[in-house]
Ligand binder design. Sequence first.
Ligand SMILES: [Zn+2]
Length: 220
Amino acid sequence: MLTEASTPPPTDQIDLQIGELIECGRDFHRRGWSLGTSSNYSVVIDSEPLTLLMTGSGFDKGRLQPDHFVIVDENAESLDEAFPKPSAEALLHTALAKHGAGAVLHTHSVAATVLSEHFLNDGVLRISGYEMLKGLSGITTHESEAVIEIYPNTQDIASLASAIESRLTDPANPLRHGFLMAGHGLYTWGADIAAARRQIEVLEFLFEVVTQKRLLTGSF
Ligand SMILES: [Zn+2]
């Protein structure tokens, strides 16, 4: 049963969101960004109180079914014990949702895995000069630089979520576009699933470009 504090959004609305996230899983799996049970996806279904629909732990993302999703509160606790367990990384989703994300998508591509490990000591991956940068929210010219922060991979998701919240609320230079976990993958977000999906597509494209260019020329 749902807890008393929450009023569930209409079922048909949740079913639509589940359908969109299942489609994300199929597409990202086909592109090699969400192989096996890796990755997790979420969408905000209520803002007051904050409630997210997200992928449960341990399901193959290329073959998600409607009962592979879980509804969690702002602390990433499942609202119904009959649901599957939330992902171990659920606190990253709720951290992003608390600061404006309407949907959060996380992928484990080869390019993101390799680049994030390679540039961990720099703390950032800088990407500039490419037309596709204009696909990222807030960028209007290819003469721009996307600075994607890289965090060490960790099992202490609560500490990472807290660090990410601090960066999201940094008044001088808030975290934008997404972030990488070293040797692990990409987190990005948007106002809704479609916007977050655009971010994933553009960032994964740029990561592949950077990797290919490095292989061809030895530089960026
Ligand atoms: Zn992951």
